[in-house]
Design a protein around this ligand. Structure first.
Ligand SMILES: [Zn+2]
Length: 245
């Protein structure tokens, strides 16, 4: 004789079935740490807090590329890097800068401009070596004799495999959210970019856009556009820290 369910026992069974997922959810919540920082929410992981060493290219006597409007690359590099610093600090990251003012980093005794440039790069490299586990991020603006070229492009150092991961992250984030027409690919810096060749920790150089393209130069000179750019770069660096070795 098989057992018959009364209306009361059916009700109890239904109540149990309804309560079971709630009990499981409660158990899950109890197991979840309640203290979550903004950094945890952004990165989702612990132990990937590399110091980020931002390197605004050029400075002082070295203006870098010059837009038709007269805007100087060294100033745009610094303004972008300072924005990036503020955003990364707000995300809980430790950030340092190779320069935070309009200077070229050379020995004041030096009078030959070529030597000043060499000393400047050596100073930046020394700062990278003094923070050996840092993520080194150079900020530059591009220029080319033909004005039609445009679009952000990231170069990466061959010395640490994590460099390519960060470079891909930035390039893809910009393509997805800011420049859907940008088909540029990240490039391994095999020669000609001194800091990418010599920095041994993860390192990338972001060419934020072409000052030789009037339309893109106008965007790069627009503080609102630079904020967008800096925010997307900051987010991609923080997100990539989850997966970087
Ligand atoms: Zn440059």
């Amino acid at each position: 004789m098989h057992k018959k369910y009364t209306p009361y026992s059916l009700c109890a069974l239904l109540a149990l079935l309804l309560l079971l997922p709630l009990c499981l959810l409660a158990l899950l919540l109890l197991r979840t740490p309640t203290k979550t920082s903004a950094k945890d929410l952004l990165s989702g992981t612990e132990g990937t807090d590399r110091v980020i060493l931002l390197d605004p290219g050029h400075g002082g006597e070295d203006a870098g590329a010059i837009a038709a409007s007269g805007a100087l690359e060294k100033d745009l590099n610094l303004q972008t890097a300072l924005l990036l610093r503020d955003l990364l600090v707000a995300m809980g990251r430790e950030v340092r800068l190779t320069r935070s003012t309009d200077v070229l980093l050379y020995d004041p005794q030096s009078d030959y401009v070529g030597h000043k440039k060499e000393q400047d790069l050596a100073s930046r490299l020394r700062m990278a070596q003094e923070t050996p586990d840092a993520l080194f991020v150079s900020i530059h603006m591009n220029a080319y004799p033909e004005s039609r070229y445009r679009g952000l492009q990231v170069w990466y150092s061959p010395n640490d495999p994590a460099s390519a991961l960060y470079a891909l992250g930035v390039q893809e984030k910009i393509r997805t959210h800011l420049q859907p027409e940008n088909t540029r690919r990240v490039k391994r810096a095999d020669g000609g970019i001194y800091l990418m060749e010599h920095v041994t920790s993860p390192a990338l150089l972001i060419e934020c856009g072409f000052l030789s393209n009037p339309e893109e130069a106008a965007s790069l000179c627009d503080p609102a556009y630079r904020q967008q750019l800096a925010l997307l770069i900051a987010l991609s660096l923080v997100e990539c820290a989850e997966n970087a070795p």
